[in-house]
Design a protein around this ligand. Structure first.
Ligand code: ZN
Length: 243
């Protein structure tokens, strides 16, 4: 299946230059996060396009979202700079069938919060190792993933994670500090499918890990819409009597 993938990510190197951790981020992602996430789809035959805050008006439009099958979203320091209208547009398009994959700190991204309807807050601590366990081996996103895999360096995200109960908890992360976290969660919103995936702190090359890349690829196949809602599909009006 050939898909149209749209990747929104912040410029993590520019963010890091403002916050003083540019060396670590440059070492992990010398070409930034767009390229690292896109590398997961190398050889898949998908078309990959990019969106960022700097070109949002041109790259995150009704047309670009209609043309995309799945939107990947990585944001952190600049959630607040995403216009409310853009976030509402993404949520509306997901409701109509667009697949949405929220990565790591996108738990506080405006579109994700709109789709969840909760605060989406959690606990965190930097500089731990994580063991990611497959909790739903029957799920397509876990296809080919071993029973567990280790990330030697990752930011700890801990419970409680203030989200609605998911449809499936595909992955559970255990951290060296003792915390656990629901690291891979699926939802349906309207006609659209949503996957939240916790790994991906910008100081560690998590998106270069082969199993993480497999999960990103699986997520695209799972979240791609089987059908899109037409404007007339759910009219809020008295229906005619069935014949
Ligand atoms: Zn992080």
């Amino acid at each position: 299946m050939s898909l149209n993938i749209l990747i929104y990510a912040e410029d993590v190197i520019a963010n890091a230059e403002r916050h003083g951790n540019a060396d670590a981020v440059r070492a992990a992602y010398p070409r930034g996060l767009h390229a690292a996430i896109a590398d997961a789809f190398a050889g898949c035959g998908h078309t990959v396009r990019f969106s960022s805050l700097e070109d949002l008006d041109a790259t995150l439009t009704p047309e670009s979202l209609d043309a995309a099958d799945v939107l990947y979203w990585w944001g952190h320091a600049r959630h607040g700079d995403v216009p409310d209208g853009a976030a509402a547009l993404v949520a509306e398009k997901v409701q109509a069938g667009l697949g949405f994959v929220a990565l790591h700190s996108a738990h506080l991204a405006k579109p994700f919060k709109l789709l969840m309807g909760t605060s989406c807050t959690l606990g965190w601590r930097c500089g731990e190792s994580e063991r990611v366990w497959v909790a739903a081996p029957y799920h397509p996103i876990a296809s080919g993933v071993p029973p567990y895999f280790d990330l030697p360096d990752e930011e700890m995200y801990g419970e409680p994670f203030d989200i609605p109960s998911p449809e499936d908890t595909v992955f559970i992360g255990w951290f060296s500090g003792g915390e656990v976290f629901r690291s891979g969660l699926t939802y349906k919103r309207g006609w659209g499918k949503v996957f939240y995936f916790q790994p991906g702190h910008e100081e560690y090359p998590v998106y270069c890990h082969p199993t993480v890349r497999l999960i990103l690829r699986n997520a695209a196949l799972w979240a791609a819409p089987a059908a899109r809602r037409a404007e007339t599909a759910c009219p809020n009006m008295p229906p005619d009597r069935p014949a």
